[in-house]
Design a protein around this ligand. Structure first.
Ligand SMILES: [Zn+2]
Ligand SMILES: [Zn+2]
Length: 283
């Protein structure tokens, strides 16, 4: 089985550059933003530019590519203006991903910021129903599990499964991206063999493992249950070397596209982390 692995790369200089960056890292799948993650506005994307990208992407013959959603989007917000803007932005990201032939848009379900879990989840479900109209077979929406920081929702399997059960989205239209750092920070002991098996099992029984379309493979700077969202180099965080070895060798995990969002600093970048994963897989 060929492992699919890649990283979140920049689109600076154009989308095709992102393909080159991915290959340079030794990647064969990946992730990009389609606009700046901390501003609402979008740059221009012509049909011609999109077509050129699609052709080039098809030629390379690898994938998938995920579009990571903007960080400002919050479908759980009680503020009507922010909710509306979030829905519109997520729709536009889906449209752009479709134009570019990218397979998934992944987003964090949102934070209720004080309105409570139940209302927050209701709001997310309403938002999902509104973006449904721009989803088609080629580009699906992925919900990402969160670390549970503050009032963020989607930190456990039950919350995610509610979002699917109660929204009108089908599993042909949507799925999940599991972030290993977030799951660990949210309290799952996925660094142990037993904990990891239990987690996969719970996911499979409540959402269906087939509906997990990608893994954000990250170590965590903070301890299990810390609810903090800070990624660490593979094997150097609190999940640790043994924990990451268990994760990358788990047959149900390594069958998914593995996408790194590890830090890029003076000592290490994605390339070193991708090599580290390859080393751990040999053990
Ligand atoms: Zn992630
Ligand atoms: Zn994160």
């Amino acid at each position: 089985m060929e492992i699919k692995i890649g990283a979140h790369v920049s689109i600076s200089g154009g989308f095709i550059k992102a393909l080159d960056r991915e290959e340079k890292l030794g990647g064969n799948c990946g992730q990009v933003f389609v606009h700046s993650p901390r501003v609402w506005k979008f740059g221009k994307l012509s049909e011609k530019e999109a077509r050129n990208f699609r052709e080039e992407y098809n030629k390379r013959g690898w994938g998938p590519i995920l579009v990571h959603s903007n960080y400002l989007i919050n479908l759980a917000t009680p503020k009507p203006d922010l909710f509306k803007r979030s829905v519109e932005t997520l729709k536009e990201e889906l449209r752009r991903a479709k134009m570019l032939g990218m397979e998934y848009v992944v987003f964090h379900p949102g934070s209720h910021t004080g309105s409570g879990e139940e209302k927050g989840i209701q709001s997310i479900i309403q938002g999902l129903n509104m973006v449904k109209e721009v989803i088609d077979d080629n580009t699906k929406l992925l919900l990402e599990n969160t670390a549970g920081k503050g009032t963020s929702l989607g930190k456990n399997v039950d919350q995610l499964s509610q979002m699917f059960e109660k929204s009108k989205l089908t599993f042909d239209e949507a799925g999940v991206c599991i972030d290993t750092c977030h799951a660990f920070s949210a309290g799952y002991n996925i660094h142990t063999e037993k904990g990891l098996d239990d987690f996969v099992e719970e996911f499979d029984s409540k959402i269906g493992w087939d509906n997990v379309k990608a893994i954000h493979l990250n170590d965590s700077k903070y301890s299990q249950g810390s609810e903090k969202d800070e990624h660490a180099h593979i094997g150097e965080g609190k999940i640790g070397e043994q924990g990451m070895e268990n994760i990358v060798n788990h047959p149900r995990i390594k069958e998914k596209p593995l996408i790194l969002e590890t830090p890029v600093d003076k000592e290490k970048g994605y390339r070193e982390n991708i090599e580290k994963v390859a080393d751990l897989m040999k053990n």
